[in-house]
Design a protein around this ligand. Structure first.
Ligand SMILES: Nc1ncnc2c1ncn2[C@@H]1O[C@H](COP(=O)(O)OP(=O)(O)OP(=O)(O)O)[C@@H](O)[C@H]1O
Ligand SMILES: Nc1nc2c(c(=O)[nH]1)N[C@H]1C(S)=C(S)[C@@H](COP(=O)(O)O)O[C@H]1N2
Length: 165
């Protein structure tokens, strides 16, 4: 069972001014789909704090997957993509592009998310926007590919083909 960490990046949620529905939605959805929710935290929109958590969860806890929610927009306090870029060793552009592409089918605002995805060692890190609606839509994009992505990240030699040639 793949181990997952969920990091909610939100000033309001971290100050108790808003209930974190988005992080909880990620926990619930991934658990329902067979992932082990290993850890879940709410942090403010502070780059250093985000970086510390991503590195610890990857290098010390050796999580397979980290999903962040929030702080991917244009607001001055939105720094999740910048923090994530400082942690990942390789970007997975296709995931970030797919999230925006599918998001645009729901709302033109999807183009305003600067979220990225990437890997650090054998950990896959994915940024989702903050709203529960964006999280629900983003998970619908991710769920079909997550187990394949994580298997490949761990060096699974099986072919990528879809069935017989
Ligand atoms: N974790 C969350 N749980 C529930 N709703 C959220 C959450 N994060 C964001 N939202 C909703 O999505 C909207 C846009 O998210 P955004 O990250 O811009 O939040 P914000 O309020 O601007 O900043 P912050 O959440 O960092 O205080 C928010 O105004 C809020 O309505
Ligand atoms: N699929 C999807 N993506 C989405 C949205 C959405 O509703 N659905 N919201 C957009 C909005 S309104 C914003 S402001 C940006 C950034 O959100 P964040 O600052 O909460 O990360 O995500 C965008 N991406």
């Amino acid at each position: 069972m793949y181990k997952v960490g969920i990091l909610t990046v939100s000033d309001k949620c971290s100050q108790g001014e808003r209930k974190d529905r988005s992080g909880k939605l990620i926990c619930q959805t991934l658990a329902e789909n067979g992932y082990e929710i290993y850890t879940y935290k709410i942090v403010p929109d502070e780059e250093e704090i985000i970086i510390q958590h991503l590195i610890k969860w990857s290098d010390e806890l050796h999580l397979d997957l980290i999903v962040t929610t929030g702080g991917t927009g244009l607001s001055p306090r939105d720094v999740t993509p910048e923090a994530t870029l400082k942690v990942v060793k390789k970007e997975v552009h296709g995931i970030a592009e797919a999230l925006r592409l599918e998001g645009l089918k729901k709302t033109p605002h999807a183009m305003l998310s600067r979220g990225i995805a990437g890997t650090r060692g054998e950990t896959l890190i994915i940024n989702l926007p903050g709203s529960p609606k964006a999280v629900k839509e983003g998970l619908e994009v991710l769920l079909p590919i997550l187990s394949h992505a994580l298997a490949k990240l761990k060096g699974d030699p099986t072919e990528c083909g879809e069935g017989p040639a």
